[in-house]
Design a binder for this molecule. Structure first.
Ligand SMILES: Cc1cc2nc3c(=O)[nH]c(=O)nc-3n(C[C@H](O)[C@H](O)[C@H](O)COP(=O)(O)O)c2cc1C
Length: 243
């Protein structure tokens, strides 16, 4: 295993941090590493908003769940899919910018490629990280705080800081359940892979000292309820077209 792959496998989400801050030079270093990720036709449609204002951070932490780590970690970022610079550029050149689903999707894909490189760079420096999808609980309220202009779409937050816990790694599905050759597997094969993973997952929870439960039960609960129904209205209010 080479060093890069080793550091990828060392990933665990960190949810408890010491109160040390993250120096600006480390943030810039990670930003440059994030930017080194591939980007669709070099569009680079993403931004990371570093939230240093204490009141804003606490208000966002409350909206994310609450998730106090959003306030307490060394540095907190709002990762945005960002078509603003393209909109401004088009406007200044008296051209129209087509905001349909393709442009939105490209910006979310680009933001995510940036975010994962950004995260890996921090982890390689010894920091712990945790993505915060809870940011999307109420984006209208988040934007009352951030006042982002049209074309800027927050997609998740990211906590970074010195770890104050050492969780064991959360196992993943078997690689054979993910990697297929030429033909997509039939439903019985999919179910067999899920059942095998349920066993691994129960053992993981037990090792963590938690009540053993199936991954599949957690997923059934997660996807049967309507999640964050206001997302489309928020992204459309920021100028996205979901068509
Ligand atoms: C986009 C995204 C959003 C997430 N949102 C949250 C969150 O709001 N709160 C949290 O504690 N963890 C969050 N996580 C962390 C996941 O729960 C975690 O990555 C997953 O359980 C796998 O565990 P691991 O990262 O330790 O391997 C998020 C992860 C991703 C990729």
């Amino acid at each position: 295993m080479n060093d890069t792959i080793h550091s990828m496998h060392a990933h665990r989400s960190i949810r408890r941090f010491t109160d040390e801050i993250v120096p600006r030079e480390h943030i810039l270093e990670a930003t440059k590493a994030g930017q080194a990720a591939a980007t669709s036709s070099a569009v680079q449609s993403y931004s990371a908003l570093h939230i240093t204002d204490n009141e804003k951070r606490q208000a966002i932490a409350d909206l994310c769940g609450p998730q106090q780590k959003v306030h307490d970690c060394g540095a907190f970022f709002v990762i945005c899919a960002d078509n603003r610079r393209h909109m401004v550029m088009h406007e200044r050149h008296a051209r129209t910018f087509d905001q349909r689903l393709e442009a939105f999707l490209v910006s979310v894909i680009d933001a995510t490629l940036f975010a994962q490189n950004f995260t890996l760079a921090f982890e390689s420096m010894g920091y712990g990280t945790c993505y915060i999808g809870g940011l999307r609980n109420d984006l209208h309220a988040v934007n009352d705080i951030l006042k982002l202009p049209d074309g800027v779409f927050p997609v998740y937050g990211l906590c970074v800081g010195h770890p104050n816990e050492q969780p064991i790694a959360r196992p993943r599905l078997a690689p054979e359940a993910i990697l297929h050759e030429n033909v997509y597997p039939d439903d019985d094969t999919i179910m067999r892979d899920i059942e095998s993973y349920d066993e691994v997952y129960r053992a993981y929870l037990q090792a963590r000292g938690a009540a053993p439960a199936n991954w599949s039960d957690a997923m059934l609960k997660r996807f049967e309820k309507v999640a964050r129904p206001a997302l489309a209205s928020f992204y459309e209010s920021q100028g996205a077209r979901i068509d």
